[in-house]
Unconditional design. Structure first.
Length: 332
């Protein structure tokens, strides 16, 4: 591999790439497009919200978004990178909802060097994801949906292409404030590699989850289980657990917990939410890579006043820096 590409990968791969199944050129597919979802741990497939990015990872949730809704999102990421996007949702009748969206990761400028470390100049890197979604109201409580996404990843003079679909289903009981979902994400393949023989896979995951509000308290709990099909995956092993037999015996509980993301919404009014989340996998991997400060924790807040929506969140995806994300939306 060209030395400049190898250097770039070391610079921009998130901490999650420490796990074998996360070693993909398209890990931006795992980043949230919603600040509310980011505040709840970063991975949530059951959040019922009138917000244009609601169905980016579970397309069944587009059915809960108002007709003619548009939104923008922006997030600071590691090493000065930025993640931003725009989304639009249109309803057709009572059962059909369509959505389009795009997300853009800008990694900025980086030094290009040769094998001896001599600086030759600078180059840029970026990822672009373009998606179209559809949801269908199957009954009063059941919805289903699908997303089609196209990805372009550019590293200097090299380009990789991929295509993926998401398929989701949601059960929502409004009277009891209960939402249950299943979502197959990033089912697809790489269409073009950066370099011949350097093909990689997409970060496929099966996610299950539920959200439940309390009858006499203004709170809502969220539980999401990710990577359900990979219970025997190869996780990053801490240095003190290099002995395979020992790590197998002590690591199973951690491996099980690393599939879970927990979230809590506090709802003081119908127009305001305060959120906190904990991502067990992110906490484990950030600690393993030497960053224990607030590892795995996230938090945020948002308002929904008539047609206007705004949210902001804090999270940590990489040991090098914290991330702040903001969403703004409007229903015309």
């Amino acid at each position: 591999m060209n030395i400049k590409i190898f250097s770039l990968l070391l610079a921009v791969l998130p901490a999650t790439a420490l796990a074998q199944e996360y070693a993909s050129a398209f890990n931006t597919l795992r980043l949230p497009a919603s600040s509310h979802a980011a505040a709840l741990g970063g991975q949530n497939v059951t959040l019922i919200e009138d917000e244009p990015t609601a169905g980016w990872y579970n397309p069944a949730l587009y059915a809960n978004v108002s007709d003619l809704s548009a939104g923008l999102d922006f997030m600071t990421y590691a090493a000065g990178s930025t993640w931003m996007g725009a989304h639009f949702v249109k309803a057709f009748g009572e059962r059909h909802t369509m959505a389009v969206g795009a997300q853009y990761m800008n990694y900025g400028k980086m030094d290009e060097t040769d094998e001896a470390g001599n600086t030759l100049g600078q180059f840029s890197a970026k990822d672009i994801v373009i998606g179209a979604g559809y949801s269908y109201l199957l009954s009063d409580r059941w919805t289903g949906g699908a997303n089609l996404k196209m990805m372009v990843s550019n590293l200097a003079d090299y380009t990789a292409l991929a295509a993926a679909i998401d398929v989701g289903v949601n059960y929502y009981d409004d009277e009891n404030d209960l939402s249950v979902s299943a979502s197959l994400q990033n089912i697809g393949t790489q269409l073009k590699a950066y370099h011949d023989g350097q093909h990689t896979h997409l970060p496929f995951t099966l996610a299950l989850g539920f959200s439940k509000g309390m009858a006499h308290l203004p709170v809502r709990f969220h539980v999401t289980m990710t990577d359900v099909t990979r219970w025997k995956s190869s996780y990053y092993v801490l240095p003190e657990n290099k002995d395979k037999d020992k790590s197998d015996k002590v690591g199973f509980g951690k491996k099980a917990l690393n599939h879970f993301v927990l979230g809590l919404d506090i709802l003081p009014t119908d127009y305001l939410y305060l959120s906190v989340g904990y991502n067990f996998r992110r906490a484990y991997e950030l600690k393993a890579s030497g960053s224990s400060h607030l590892a795995g924790l996230s938090a945020g807040a948002g308002v929904n006043v008539k047609h206007f929506k705004f949210g902001v969140s804090y999270a940590k995806y990489h040991q090098a820096s914290n991330s702040i994300m903001a969403n703004v939306g409007y229903a015309f």
